[in-house]
Design a protein around this ligand. Sequence first.
Ligand SMILES: Nc1ncnc2c1ncn2[C@@H]1O[C@H](COP(=O)(O)OP(=O)(O)OP(=O)(O)O)[C@@H](O)[C@H]1O
Ligand SMILES: [Mg+2]
Length: 521
Amino acid sequence: MIEIITSAKQNAAMCALIQAELETLYSVSKVLSKSIDLKQTLAEVLKLLHDQGRLLNGMVSLLDEDGRDLMVFAVHEGNRVAPLESVCYQQGEGLVSIIMKSSEPIIVERLTDEPRFLGRLGVYDMALPFIGVPIKIDKNEAIGVFVAQPPSGGSLLGEQARFLEMLAILVGQSVSLSRTVVNEQRALKDERDYLRREVKSEHGFDSIVGHSPLIRRVFDQVRQVAKWNTSVLIRGESGTGKELIANAIHYNSPRAGDVFIKLNCAALPDNLLESELFGHEKGAFTGAITQRKGRFEQADGGTLFLDEIGEISSAFQAKLLRVLQEGEFERIGGLKTIKVDVRIIAATNRDLEADVEQGVFREDLYYRLNVMPINMPSLREHAEDIPDLARFLVEKISRIQGRSLTIMDSAIRILMRHSWPGNVRELENCLERAAIMCERGHIDRDVIGLAGLKESGTINQAVKPVINVDLDDPDMDDRERVIAALEQAGWVQAKAARLLGLTPRQIAYRIQTLNIKVRQI
Ligand SMILES: Nc1ncnc2c1ncn2[C@@H]1O[C@H](COP(=O)(O)OP(=O)(O)OP(=O)(O)O)[C@@H](O)[C@H]1O
Ligand SMILES: [Mg+2]
């Protein structure tokens, strides 16, 4: 009779325990799936074991990532999460190391009777039982140990060890997931940093060649302007490197870590340009099947490069002006006003001043864009950079073609005699053709001839050495500087203005106020 009562009591106790364990298991799985921060989730798991799961003084230790040291990740003592000192188990020490080594659980009825117990953590109750189970991934070797103390010994101990083993499987899966995610994040971050460095060196100053005073002046302007958020207008003939400079400004600015978005304004008709820049809402027009963010939104926090800005219609100029002034716009078909923080760099090869004069380009937009003008000299104006440029471009082509290429001095001499109306782009194309045509990798005068450049007897007029006056010479006064620039520009005022970083209007004003007699040419 007594036996029956005892067994009924035991059954009831077992049922209650399993009930508590099931509820704990449910809560534990929720906690583990909540975050990949192991220290935080494991501490919460140990608290749940204490509060609901009838397992006290829990501890989880895990092998560090190179698989050498066993580190304590979470400890629960009494009814609180114990502070984590960086306890680290040495190989072969105490119960935890035995569990690691054997990958088998250890169940102890009373901790005080266990001679192998070292008690380094000092959180265990010596009068209570002790259960320690290995944490494994894929049934392989143990990657950690999960320990806890049931509040009493006896017949339920085996069941509690089984429960702890189940929990160890869940913890093992979480550890595996968390480590995979952390490793992937690290790999992605390394790759991102690598690509950023690559992009920066590809688009930074290293990619711009030239030692002539005109190019050095551009370098200085880029360096100065990169720091600020002001709009920049890059002027210059086709192929002079306007896009290259826009890249250099962005990648040397505080926004370098953010996006650099480009849009060629001449490539699209008005309606497409508007949707491209401002985006559209779903159903805004036929074909707008989904909502789409425009370039302005994409460039938020970064830089937007508007190439060929001189080509936009006057209706579009008005729309653009509003974004530049207010920093806000609506998507096509949208009511919500969107605010963005975008730095604008624009480029054009048009004579915008003449366009303003003729009323085809809005004056207010011109002043908005032209806060900081940078004038790219034509290649004729800095012909002394041709040898460096040619060598640099040949190296670039050689990398792209994956073979070794050299350019001979005889070829460079011919390049120096050409007037390069298409500027650096034309030079690059010419060298690319030459590279394709030269079989042995030596680009000489004959190959250049084959590539379409004719050798002319005299140095081309346009390449005549520039009168080498340093316009930044501190000893020159303002009047001398303007005269020097005019001389250097063959008395073409617009060109001299470019040399000095002035607008044609500004130079005309200075010529007048400094009483400079303009030579007619
Ligand atoms: N100073 C320079 N150093 C090295 N490469 C240069 C230089 N200037 C231009 N280039 C190269 O010449 C080519 C043309 O330059 P880029 O596209 O920037 O010119 P662009 O002024 O924007 O021309 P376009 O008006 O035709 O668009 C590019 O391949 C660029 O890398
Ligand atoms: Mg361009």
